[in-house]
Write a protein that binds this ligand. Structure first.
Ligand SMILES: [Zn+2]
Ligand SMILES: [Zn+2]
Ligand SMILES: [Zn+2]
Ligand SMILES: [Zn+2]
Ligand SMILES: [Zn+2]
Ligand SMILES: [Zn+2]
Ligand SMILES: [Zn+2]
Length: 469
């Protein structure tokens, strides 16, 4: 029974067959064909198969080779095969050995790349060349000392010990930069580490240890003494301001009547005394303040009324509750309504209209009378006298339909000889000039001169003839 070479060359390949005529250059390798005749193949195949061979040879080099012997009972073939030149099965790992196949077994006994069971019987197969390292560093059965605590362990024990050895120097996890034996780490972290969190003893907030001193410099709860050395012992720094402003008996204060002019300054405890003893002075100061303020108010009022003054030369005068005013006028002789003053221009004549609801002079009891008078104004010195501009009075018909409205208008041009239109003195003329019989009471009831018991009278100075500066 001849087993095909194909069967086992799947696991065992050969390097080059070295021709006696050629140099020993292992470029070609015999590979059996189906009919058991070796054909040639490249040495790459050898390499590809080496791992497989390796494992196989490790397990059963001897049996394999003897099997080869059995297979090739033909002594000629066997001789030829066994004389084939092959590489060591560990060629790829670096073994340079190459010789006849028959010598491979002998070589493998000494090949430093060949694997042997660990001599410490840990069960691993270790290449001969690595055995020393294995026994020293990786074999679980080895005896080894921890480099930090110097205790002896089995290899396995050491692996468990690494990472927990109390004598291994390690960096503090808080990144404080300290390297310390593991067994001292927790003590370091709780008591010494510059990056541990500790609460401020005053405000109880937590701070990294090495920033606590900086915090204490500004912590609001740090107790301080009052700079005035008053009878308060200690108070929190953040309360000091309020204490000095509102409580400290030694703080020097200004008298509460400072704004009224009192210049007294003294410690808080003396203030009550000062106030009691200076009642009259303080009262006088307050009176002065009030007087001053009254003047200010008056001048403000003045300025305000200036802003709201009418400088247009035209006054629209609204007279409401007319019937009540008429009744009053009938009972009270000479009752006169006066309009707000108005100006012909900003620097012009100051004028005022007046109205007698129950008439005046020729119109008494039957008509309403209207007049205009000239009041003393600020710019009179620069204006032309006598006043020479035409003045018109208009009573508006308040009909809701403006086209149908029919106003009553009266106007006059002052005669230069009328004394009412000379420059007024400080005591102005009491009457002025106008129309005693402006509109009769009868006429007032007609049309819509009165609406909602209100009348509107326009007093207009013809602006075209105004001569102002
Ligand atoms: Zn070898
Ligand atoms: Zn071992
Ligand atoms: Zn240790
Ligand atoms: Zn630390
Ligand atoms: Zn604090
Ligand atoms: Zn104080
Ligand atoms: Zn005072």
């Amino acid at each position: 029974m001849v087993r095909s070479l194909t069967h086992w060359t799947k696991t065992l390949s050969f390097p080059a067959r070295i021709s006696p005529n050629k140099q020993r250059e292992p470029t070609l390798t015999p590979t059996p064909s189906n009919n058991s005749v070796a054909s040639l193949t490249t040495s790459n195949n050898l390499n590809n198969n080496n791992n497989e061979i390796n494992s196989m040879m490790n397990q059963s080099q001897t049996s394999l080779l003897s099997e080869v012997n059995q297979i090739y009972s033909d002594p000629e073939s066997e001789k030829a095969i066994m004389s084939s030149v092959v590489y060591c099965i560990h060629h790829k790992e670096g073994c340079k050995w190459s010789d006849e196949l028959r010598k491979l077994k002998g070589h493998l006994n000494t090949c430093k790349h060949d694997a042997l069971p660990c001599t410490s019987k840990c069960g691993a197969q270790i290449p001969r060349v690595l055995m020393e390292d294995h026994l020293k560093y990786t074999c679980p059965q080895r005896r080894a000392r921890c480099e930090f605590c110097n205790k002896e362990f089995s290899g396995h024990g050491l692996e468990n010990h690494i990472g927990v050895c109390g004598y291994e120097p390690i960096y503090c996890e808080n990144k404080c930069g300290v390297k310390i034996h593991r067994r001292h780490l927790s003590q370091h972290k709780s008591g010494e580490c510059s990056k541990r969190l500790i609460p401020c003893r005053y405000c109880a907030k937590e701070f990294v240890a090495d920033t606590l001193a900086a915090h204490n410099v500004k912590c609001g709860r740090v107790p301080v003494v009052c700079p005035n050395r008053c009878d308060i012992n200690l108070l929190a720094r953040e309360e000091l301001d309020t204490h000095l402003k509102e409580e400290c008996t030694i703080s020097v204060l200004a008298c509460t009547f400072k704004d009224a002019g009192c210049r007294f300054k003294g410690p808080r405890f003396s203030m009550e005394n000062h106030l009691e003893e200076n009642c009259r002075q303080h009262l006088n100061m307050m009176c002065n303040v009030v007087t001053k303020q009254q003047h200010q108010i008056a001048s403000l009022k003045n300025a305000l009324s200036r802003l709201s003054l009418n400088y247009s030369g035209t006054l629209i005068w609204k007279i409401s509750d007319f019937s009540a005013k008429l009744v009053e006028a009938k009972n009270k002789e000479g009752m006169e309504l006066v309009s707000p003053p108005f100006f012909t221009s900003q620097y012009g004549y100051k004028l005022q209209a007046s109205l007698f609801p129950n008439g005046n002079g020729a119109g008494e009891d039957t008509h309403i009378s209207v007049y205009i008078k000239i009041l003393p104004g600020e710019y009179d010195a620069l204006l032309r006298w006598p006043f020479a501009h035409s003045v018109s009075f208009t009573l508006f018909d308040q009909s809701s339909c403006p086209e149908k409205a029919c106003n009553i208008v009266e106007s006059f041009i002052p005669d230069p000889t009328w004394k009412n239109f000379q420059r007024p003195s400080k005591e102005p003329d009491s009457l002025g000039f106008g129309f005693p019989k402006f509109v009769s009471h009868e006429m007032l009831k007609k049309r819509h001169f009165l609406k909602d018991d209100t009348m509107f009278i326009r007093v207009k100075v013809d602006p075209s003839k105004i001569v102002a500066v």
